[in-house]
Design a protein around this ligand. Structure first.
Ligand code: TRP
Length: 374
């Protein structure tokens, strides 16, 4: 294996080919079992496609949260975003599922914008820039359709008053040696980042603090955030809170070869603010599993398993299981060639962006109402 392929999954870096089974073992999370999914189905009616297609694939204590709910104890949801740039389609997937959970369970949501983290992490990044992205990215969050009455967005920089007491209580129980081991901090790491895990932990307990009751918390998030929750779960009982439960997602691959996606290569991801024609071009330039010529494709069939266009259909744009299976079979058998498939995806992407951008613009009028008042 070349070093380029080596899997790295940390809160600040995801690289190489990601082996999700291995991550379950490495991180010590639990796979989503049939029993858990049956229980979820009881409330959700049918299973969300992001669960059916295993985009959300493992958890901690999700069964426990569902059991409490069954007994009448409501939980809060908590998720977030590091506002370091514009939002792309991959970011939306966990939010789409979080919205589904909010609808199904009538749950309140805290959404943290870690504008402090991104300021501390990146060179040449000003506070104004990260706070600016907080408000910009909040438009995308609101466009997903979260219930205004049940959703509070937190800017760490602007709303720190709400989090500070909880953060220092957490911080007092976490040694440097622990965060060094968990996050790979070094002697040269700035002390803001060393404290930061306490700030990301705080929203897990915010509802409990504000209501004076122990409220369970469920975090839908990509698996790279798990190190934060490991530390948070250790501290929770010491402060008299429930350990936060989690449900973890995979990452949406980019449009480049090998599913690479990076903000420094904007052609490999579709931003929510891309003009639809620009997004269309990105789709037409995407890496596929196709054969070099149409003739060979007809004869040999394509390879949807490595195709980024197929992945986008699978995870984002074709919720109908029957249609997505047909697409797979038509590709495998050479009945459909890449140009046709790209056209289908491009049309869906364009329609999606037009609608998302409309909702995003509308959100400008109400964005302030979503932010925490504290
Ligand atoms: N650290 C996350 C990021 O860089 C942002 C974040 C904060 C988050 N709290 C969260 C993500 C809770 C998921 C769940 O993207």
């Amino acid at each position: 294996m070349s070093s380029e392929d080596e899997m790295v999954v940390t809160p600040w870096k995801v690289a190489g080919k990601v082996d999700y089974e291995k991550l379950i073992r490495q991180f010590g999370t639990q796979p989503l079992t049939k029993e858990i999914l049956e229980k979820l189905k009881k409330y959700a009616g049918s299973l969300h496609y992001l669960i059916r297609r295993e985009f959300f694939f493992c958890h901690r204590d999700f069964d426990w949260i569902l059991n409490l709910y069954e007994k009448g104890e409501k939980f809060v949801l908590y998720t977030g975003r590091g506002p370091s740039g514009p939002v792309h389609l991959g970011h939306l997937l966990p939010w789409i599922f979080t919205k589904h959970l909010q609808d199904v369970f009538g749950a309140k949501l805290y959404f943290q914008m870690t504008d402090d983290e991104k300021f501390l992490l990146h060179h040449n990044f000003t506070i104004e820039k990260s706070v600016g992205y907080t408000y910009d990215n909040a438009l995308d969050v609101i466009a997903i359709g979260f219930d205004k009455k049940k959703t509070k967005i937190i800017s760490d920089v602007k709303n720190i008053k709400a989090l500070y007491e909880i953060s220092i209580k957490i911080a007092k129980h976490v040694n440097f040696s622990v965060v060094r081991a968990v996050f790979g901090f070094e002697e040269s790491t700035n002390i803001g980042l060393i404290f930061f895990p306490a700030v990301q932990a705080a929203p897990c307990f915010l509802e409990s603090v504000l209501t004076g009751k122990k409220v369970p918390c469920l975090i839908p998030a990509a698996i790279d955030q798990d190190p934060y929750w490991r530390v948070t779960r250790d501290v929770a009982p010491k402060l008299g809170f429930y350990k936060p439960a989690q449900i973890h997602s995979k990452f949406l691959p980019g449009l480049g070869k090998g599913g690479k996606m990076s903000a420094s290569q904007p052609e490999t991801c579709i931003f929510t603010t891309d003009p639809p024609e620009v997004a269309e071009k990105k789709v037409f330039n995407a890496f596929t599993g196709g054969q070099p010529t149409a003739e060979e494709q007809r004869r040999l069939g394509g390879n949807p398993e490595v195709c980024t266009v197929y992945q986008y259909m699978f995870y984002l744009f074709e919720e109908d299981d029957k249609k997505v299976r047909e697409l797979w079979e038509n590709c495998k058998s050479g009945r459909i060639i890449c140009g046709e498939c790209k056209s289908i995806l491009a049309k869906k992407v364009k329609d999606f962006l037009v609608e998302h951008q409309r909702r995003r613009e509308k959100a400008r009028n109400i964005v302030d109402e979503y932010f925490l008042e504290i």
